[in-house]
Every structure is written in structure tokens, then in C-alpha cells.
Ligand binder design. Structure first.
Ligand SMILES: [Zn+2]
Length: 171
């Protein structure tokens, strides 16, 4: 942690307590006496010293958190791909939803019966959370439909993915 210390003239080394002076434009220095390396912060007219080793630790903790998030994003993307192929009432979900793509205007109703596999998969992958919410609303009129439950699970994964992507984006 940063330790607030007195102005330059009266600083002492937080590690060994011996007096030290910091030149006006010094940003980083190592103590000859105790070997501690410090980074100098001058925020708000107050000089604070942070041991360089602490900064390194903090950076690597942030890197680890970022790596963990990237892994979670990757896993959720795979989970959603698995959901795309999950069987719902006898056929893969991306096929099961063909009329739903039409409801959402992604496929023309006229072509629903003849549209190819690739287009059905593309339509599935283009689903947004708002799209899925509209379909959940639609299926709420038929609570016995397995598609409604399927869509709720899918929505949960999509929401988790969106949150993790946002967290990753702010790092
Ligand atoms: Zn020292």
C-alpha cells in the first residue's frame, strides 16, 4: 500500500527508517542503504513511496484476473455453441427455432421450410438477448413447451457472457 510521507526534505525510508531526499524529477530509485526500490507518486502535492515489488505484484494479480475472465468468456462461448446443437423436442435447437427466426424477421416465413443448415446456424448465432426475451415472452403463452425452458437457459448463458465481456473490456 502507498504510505503517505512528509515532503521531500523530511522523508525517511519506510523500510529502514533512514533519512532520504528525493530530487524533484525522480520517479523511481533504489536505496543504496537498504536495497529497497521505490516508485515515487506525487498526486495532489503529497509525495508517497510505493515499493516497486508491490507494484509488480499488483500488476500480475490484475493480469491473472484478466486471464481468468478471458477463460470464462471462452467457456461461455463454447457453452452457447453447445446449446445451439442441444436437442429440444427431437431436433437441434438451431433447427427447432426456425419459426422463431421468422418471428424475429431474421428469415422470411416463406422460406422457413427450405432454408439451409448454415442459414439456420447463422440465425441462431445472430440472436441477441433482446431477441431471446421476445421469444421467452412469446412462449410464456405456452408454458408446457420445452422451447420456453430452453430459451431461459440460453438467456442465462448469454447474459453471463455479456457481463464477462464487459468486465474484460474495462480491464
Ligand atoms: Zn531504506
Amino acid at each position: 500500500m502507498d504510505k503517505p510521507v512528509l515532503p521531500a526534505a523530511r522523508l525517511s525510508c519506510p523500510q529502514c527508517n533512514n533519512a532520504l531526499e528525493i530530487g524533484e524529477d525522480v520517479e523511481r530509485f533504489a536505496r543504496a542503504r537498504c536495497g529497497t526500490e521505490y516508485v515515487v507518486n506525487r498526486a495532489g502535492g503529497i509525495i508517497t513511496l510505493t515499493p516497486a515489488a508491490e507494484l509488480l505484484q499488483k500488476e500480475s494479480a490484475e493480469e491473472a484476473a484478466r486471464r481468468r475472465l478471458a477463460y470464462q468468456v471462452d467457456q461461455l462461448e463454447k457453452d452457447i455453441e453447445t446449446e445451439m446443437n442441444r436437442y429440444v423436442a427431437g431436433m437441434p435447437a438451431y433447427q427447432r427455432l426456425r419459426f422463431d427466426y421468422a418471428r424475429l424477421g431474421k428469415i422470411n416465413f416463406i422460406f422457413v421450410g427450405i432454408v439451409n443448415e448454415k442459414s439456420l446456424q447463422d440465425a441462431f448465432r445472430s440472436l441477441t438477448i433482446a431477441d431471446v426475451d421476445r421469444l421467452i415472452e412469446y412462449y410464456s403463452r405456452n408454458p408446457d413447451s420445452p422451447t420456453g425452458d430452453y430459451l431461459k437457459r440460453l438467456r442465462g448463458l448469454m447474459a453471463a457472457l455479456k457481463e464477462k465481456r464487459e468486465q474484460l473490456g474495462t480491464r
